[in-house]
Write a protein that binds this ligand. Structure first.
Ligand code: ADP
Ligand code: MG
Length: 250
């Protein structure tokens, strides 16, 4: 279990995150949802260990990792721009993280990740020959082979169009379930968050607006922000949500 206790962050005296307290259970898919600039990426980077935590605690399975270096945490991320190496082919990118530590994933595990992500036909391609969705899957495989205890994804769908987006969403869900992999996803899109996650952390101006299951957020929005920002955006896409939760909008 990952516990964030009273996390605070400020840049140049400007408070960016405050009083962030949540528990995330093993295997859960949790979205960090909020408008641009609300502090989502900062929170993700603090969990990863890329950004220092000013105040508060980050505890994983009872161990205080607040000040632990990235490597010791054993979490890993897929960055928003994928950050693939253009001079390596797809396969070489995927196994890159194993070069100094081949024991991380076994051959079977490596093959399993490639299979579940449907990457077998693309392994020899250059990065420039891959579509956006294929790049995303290569980046995901490259992160998975490092066997992270938590998988972090920053806006994984922002560069993808509808059908591809749905297919990657399904793959992320399948991986989280298959490997009981705790997955934390940053998104600014309420529909993505509510259709993909077990729980959603809604952040507004650096504070927790609501942390709950998608159905609870829709049935019982905790405050005006959730009501106005989140629910109103969903109304524009009401069919998807209607189908998902079988609910009726007035
Ligand atoms: P989001 O991912 O929700 O769009 P961010 O976490 O990237 O938001 O940013 C939250 C706020 O923190 C923004 O006001 C941003 O300008 C500021 N910020 C983020 N990183 C830094 C940094 N390294 N130095 C100074 N300010 C930063
Ligand atoms: Mg961001």
């Amino acid at each position: 279990m990952l516990q964030l206790k009273n996390i605070k962050k400020q840049f140049h005296k400007k408070v960016v995150l405050e009083n962030i307290t949540i528990d995330i259970q093993k295997g859960e898919i949790v979205s960090l949802l909020g408008p641009s600039g609300s502090g989502k990426t900062t929170l993700l980077n603090m969990i990863l260990g890329l950004t220092n935590i000013d105040n508060g605690k980050l505890i994983y399975d009872g161990v205080d990792l607040t000040n632990a270096p990235m490597k010791e945490r054993g979490f890993n991320i897929v960055f928003q721009d994928y950050a693939l190496f253009p001079n390596l082919n797809a396969y070489e990118n995927i196994v890159y993280g194993l070069r100094n530590n081949p024991s991380l994933a076994t051959k079977e595990e490596l093959e399993g990740f490639i299979a579940i992500l449907g990457l077998k036909p693309h392994l020899k391609k250059k990065i420039s020959e891959l579509s956006g969705g294929q790049k995303q899957r290569v980046a995901l495989a490259r992160t998975l082979v490092t066997k992270p205890r938590i998988l972090l994804l920053d806006e994984p769908f922002s560069a993808l169009d509808g059908v591809i987006k749905e297919s990657i969403k399904e793959k992320i869900k399948a991986i989280a379930r298959e490997y009981e992999l705790t997955t934390i996803i940053v998104t600014h899109d309420p529909e993505e968050a509510l259709t993909l996650s077990d729980k959603v952390l809604i952040i507004n101006e650096g504070k927790v607006s609501q942390f709950a299951k998608p159905q609870e957020i829709i049935n019982e929005p905790k405050n005006n922000f959730v009501e106005d920002f989140i629910i109103s955006q969903l109304h524009a896409k009401r069919e998807n949500i209607y189908n998902l939760f079988g609910m009726c909008y007035g």
